[in-house]
Design a binder for this molecule. Structure first.
Ligand SMILES: Nc1nc2c(c(=O)[nH]1)N[C@H]1C(S)=C(S)[C@@H](COP(=O)(O)O)O[C@H]1N2
Ligand SMILES: [Mo]
Length: 323
């Protein structure tokens, strides 16, 4: 089991900036290493026991998190479920690969480029991108196209709040997102399991919808690498693959952008990819899902249970054609 660090529980004040949390984490990692060496007294503590007692320095609490709207009442999955069964092809195609292979992935410093049809384009450091916004906890259902699902207490900020700061122009009809391309750090990118970098897109109204989140953590802590650190998209009414991880570029544009899974298999994955129990994947049913940790399958609701909030975005559209 993972033990929370003392440092993380000390971080309470909402005054503390994200930057200071990350600096603190680095300092902690150093002192933990030194402390580990100095208390390894032979006969008292074996190096193994010191190692076992060492808290995971990656689990750092985020400061000033408030409860956001739209949270489901369903029970969240465990931290362990959410962080050990992942799709993140940059670190391998197996569900157990990302946790194991993303351990050393360097997520700071991190810069996100905002470009295209915006009044104020630019490259911005992760901390500066996040800082003006209140971090919110949102417990969302998350439905993978492969028919498993989970409930996750994400921490993040509405994408709309971020985009507005860069002043979208009237030409901005779509938002294109891009993941980091760095085969040295992301071994999966040395293989052509997908066309790299991973890209995704949303229509402007989907991107500006208050449910759409840029997530920087889960369970009140900094985002684990395998879940798309340091910043990823969450679009809870769409299949999981729309929620692109480790974002380095956001471009507003007039044209519908290409998306990785649509490029890979256009018959199987469309641009919209709204969760729809009535439209099956060509190779399997989408009517049911298996919640991680549960044995029996359960019914998948229309738009993953967010129909009241987002069905109006698709009024008059044929959801079977625009799958
Ligand atoms: N960059 C990138 N983003 C990605 C993926 C990926 O392989 N690479 N996989 C997607 C898929 S298929 C799913 S189901 C979710 C999984 O997110 P999770 O690890 O938080 O469960 O991430 C999505 N975002
Ligand atoms: Mo997925």
């Amino acid at each position: 089991m993972l033990i929370k660090t003392r440092k993380s529980s000390d971080v309470q004040s909402s005054e503390i900036t994200l930057k200071s949390v990350f600096l603190e984490r680095r300092k902690f990692m150093k002192t933990a290493a030194v402390a580990g060496a100095s208390i390894a007294v032979p006969g008292l503590l074996t190096p193994q026991s010191v190692f076992a007692a060492k808290p995971d320095p990656k689990r750092v609490k985020l400061p000033g998190v408030i409860k956001g709207p739209f949270s489901t009442k369903e029970a969240p999955n465990s931290y362990d479920d959410i962080t050990s069964y992942n799709n993140f092809y940059e670190f391998g195609t197996g569900k157990r690969d990302p946790k194991r292979r993303a351990k050393k992935f360097k997520t700071q410093p991190w810069t996100v480029k905002i470009e295209g049809d915006v009044g104020k384009p630019g490259a911005i450091g992760f901390e500066d991108l996040i800082k003006p916004h209140k971090l919110e906890e949102r417990v969302y259902r998350f439905r993978c196209v492969e028919a498993w699902s989970m409930v996750v207490p994400w921490v993040g900020i509405p994408l709309a709040d971020v985009l507005k700061r860069f002043e979208p122009t009237g030409n901005a009809k779509f938002v294109a997102f891009e993941t980091l391309h760095d085969p040295k750090q992301m071994p999966g990118q040395k293989r052509n399991s997908l066309d790299w970098p991973y890209v995704e897109g949303l229509r402007m109204d989907e991107a500006m919808h208050p449910l759409t989140l840029l997530a920087v953590g889960l369970y009140g802590e900094v985002m684990p690498n395998q879940n798309g650190a340091p910043i990823r998209l969450i679009v809870p009414w769409k299949y999981g693959f729309k929620s692109i991880k480790s974002i380095v570029k956001i471009k507003l544009q007039e044209k519908m952008p290409p998306t990785s899974w649509n490029q890979q298999a256009p018959r199987e994955y469309g641009f919209y990819s709204n969760v729809n129990p009535e439209v099956n994947h060509p190779r399997w049913s989408q009517s049911k899902e298996r919640r991680l940790g549960k044995f029996l399958k359960q019914k998948t609701p229309m738009l993953n249970g967010y129909a009241d909030e987002v069905a109006s975005l698709y009024a008059g559209m044929d959801m079977k054609k625009n799958f």
